[in-house]
Design a protein around this ligand. Structure first.
Ligand code: FE2
Length: 358
């Protein structure tokens, strides 16, 4: 009891000074209330790689960057809560095209960005720009497929691939983007033939994410899969998935034809921003050489600046197919030609019951 009484007495004596100390701490953490804050909304979640870029900008600018992350529904969120964010960063530039059409974006108006970003990666009205891209390509079993067996996306619809293809849901954004590009590049009749041909050649009903398809190849359930390029280095760096990465090669389709399809990441400033200068500063950082290098290093995507080298792991993978410095020919479908194509793809995927059990 005595000890407790002593401790209680001590606490009574110390408490006031502790309170003073506590309020001092509160004050010192409250001080950065004047610190400028930038709010970013983004659907770049599964790569888990945007935060380091935001952190680097925080360190440079002294501003605090608060992120709101979500997987789906970015444009609807922006529309329903327009004042929530200053900057919007997406894995799919098509979404910013839609957001821009709905009046949710403010023209960026930055001489630095206009000078740095090649025209094909800039929204013609200057409301967003593509900051990086990756390709949706064919991953193949190194044990059962030779690169010379592969050629184009269309070839995956031929009978030689019967029962050998794996893919995630035909209704997932990645496949809808790819199928939309089929419509834009091949025309409707051929796009439908290729999509239904791939559907007819599936080894199993579509399921899982992109990496699950590489796992299925590793487990011998199929021989080829449609996947995004950056998943190879991501799997290789993950001890539980390294065997999946080791089992597959990466093939860039249609290099002898029109080229491989890319998926574009993009960024813009929201109409409702009250932090315009800081918002533009973040985008300028993302468009800078340093920012681009960081994006390549952290996301294994491709830079939009021609003088920023391809990620070494992607260079190595491309070399297996004879690509030089990891560079590949792109079938570049302008975003405004994508309008409406995705809707057609959605309808067709449902019509042929692409995701049904076989
Ligand atoms: Fe992804």
């Amino acid at each position: 009891m005595t000890g407790l009484a002593q401790r209680t007495g001590l606490a009574q004596r110390w408490l006031p000074s502790l309170l003073v100390l506590a309020s001092a701490i509160t004050l010192s953490t409250a001080a950065p209330a004047q610190q400028r804050q930038l709010r970013v909304i983004s659907d770049r979640t599964d790569q888990g790689t945007l935060r380091p870029i935001l952190d680097a900008f925080e360190a440079r600018s002294g501003a605090k960057v608060i992120g709101v992350f979500m997987d789906q529904g970015l444009v609807n969120r922006l529309e329903s809560r327009p004042t929530e964010a200053d900057v919007v960063i997406t894995k799919d530039a098509e979404l910013l095209d839609i957001a821009a059409q709905r009046g949710l974006l403010e023209p960026i108006r930055s001489a630095k960005i206009s000078a740095a970003i090649p025209a094909q990666f800039m929204d013609p009205a200057g409301r967003f720009f593509v900051d990086a891209y990756r390709a949706r390509v064919i991953f193949y079993s190194k044990a059962r497929v030779k690169p010379s067996d592969l050629s184009s996306y269309e070839d995956l619809a031929s009978p030689k691939w019967k029962g050998r293809i794996c893919v995630r849901s035909g209704s997932h954004d990645y496949n809808l983007a790819l199928f939309g590009m089929f419509y834009a590049s091949f025309g409707e009749a051929k796009a439908r033939a290729v999509i239904s041909g791939i559907g007819a050649n599936l080894a199993r009903a579509p399921k899982g994410n992109d990496r699950e398809q590489a796992r299925a190849i590793f487990e011998g359930k199929c021989d080829v899969a449609l996947m995004n390029t950056y998943y190879h280095p991501l799997m290789a760096a993950n001890p539980e998935q390294k065997a999946w990465a080791d089992a597959v090669g990466v093939y860039f389709p249609s290099q002898a034809g029109k080229g491989t399809f890319i998926m574009r990441s993009a960024a813009g400033v929201t109409k409702a921003t009250e932090n315009r200068d800081l918002a533009v500063a973040l985008l300028e950082y993302m468009a800078s050489r340093e920012g681009q290098q960081l994006i390549v290093d952290r996301t294994q995507q491709y830079s939009v600046l021609p003088d920023v080298a391809v990620h070494p792991l992607m260079v190595k993978l491309g070399a297996e197919q004879g690509l030089v410095n990891g560079r590949f020919k792109i079938d570049f479908v302008p975003l405004d030609e994508m309008a409406g194509q995705r809707e057609q793809a959605i309808k067709f995927v449902n019509e042929i019951r692409f995701d049904a059990e076989r």
